[in-house]
Design a protein around this ligand. Structure first.
Ligand SMILES: [Zn+2]
Length: 285
């Protein structure tokens, strides 16, 4: 299987299921990761066809079938999945074997979890998207990983820094060793926001708001969530050469990716997947 470059990511397809990966994370043999697309699922109508979000009206069995099909194509074990419960806050939860299946094959046991971290190879982290920014974290030294959901509220609250701090506390991760990736989300090309959003970023003033807010007239701004998140990660101690940015706008690519804005909210959802492999397995790959 050969990937097709798109943005700074790779597009893969198997059995009509399409997904994206970051070259920088592909290079880490003990990590498995993927970001889903709209392609290759069983859903119909406004959810057509790879909808991985349970909360939007698509029948539960169909979404589960989509997960099953995605996992089979992209190489994840369905039983290992454990999903977030996102509500635009910055709570990060460490998960392990006891949480296998939660939010996918078993009911949710959590409220308000926008970030997941683990060093347990028996689980695969899953977080959901449709314009918000996915943040991937890998600590090669401690074989730990994290996924964070960072829309404008999460970004304004420094979700990326919360993830780094929590990995430091839980695994002894050192920020300068963390490999981070900023996934597909709505780009500055398409993301017009109002004064309320601008004011919401007051806590990040020291990062220089003009680096990622651009005046668009009429009290509106264009917001660059990729650059805002990159600067948050840099300020948290992640090295510039350790940060990849997908440079893929969900709204510009709305036939490939779910975009809340492009669909007016009638949509399915994308998911990020991230796991570490057991020690000894894939090490020499
Ligand atoms: Zn765009």
């Amino acid at each position: 299987m050969r990937p097709v470059p798109i943005g700074s990511m790779h597009y893969w397809e198997k059995d009509s299921v399409g997904w994206l990966t970051f070259p920088a994370l592909e290079a880490l043999p003990f990590v498995r990761h993927a970001f889903s697309t709209r392609l290759g699922g069983f859903s119909t109508g406004e959810f057509s066809s790879m909808n991985l979000n349970f909360g939007r009206g698509d029948p539960r069995e169909t979404v589960e079938e989509n997960f099953r099909r995605f996992c089979a194509a992209a190489g994840f074990s369905m039983e290992s999945l454990t999903a977030s419960a996102q509500d635009h806050h910055t709570t990060v939860r460490r998960v392990g074997a006891a949480e296998r299946g939660v939010g996918v094959t078993r009911p949710r046991d959590r409220e308000s979890v926008d970030g997941l971290i683990t060093d347990d190879p028996s689980v695969t982290l899953v977080t959901y998207y449709a314009d918000c920014t996915p943040l991937f974290f890998v600590d090669p030294a401690h074989r730990a990983v994290g996924l964070g959901h960072s829309g404008w509220r999460g970004t304004a609250a420094g979700m990326g820094a919360c993830m780094v701090r929590r990995m430091e506390e839980e695994f002894g991760s050192r920020p300068e060793e963390i490999i981070a990736a900023i996934g597909p989300s709505i780009g500055a090309c398409c993301y017009e926001v109002d004064e309320t959003v601008y004011e919401g970023f007051a806590p990040l003033e020291t990062l220089g708001l003009s680096n990622f807010f651009f005046r668009a007239g009429d009290g509106k701004y264009r917001l660059d969530l990729w650059e805002a998140n990159r600067r948050i990660l840099l300020a948290a101690g992640v090295l510039p050469e350790h940060i990849s940015t997908a440079r893929l706008c969900t709204r510009c690519n709305d036939s490939l990716l779910w975009s809340h804005r492009a669909t007016g909210g009638k949509r399915g959802g994308l998911a990020a997947f991230l796991a570490v492999t057991p020690r000894g397995e894939d090490d020499g790959a």
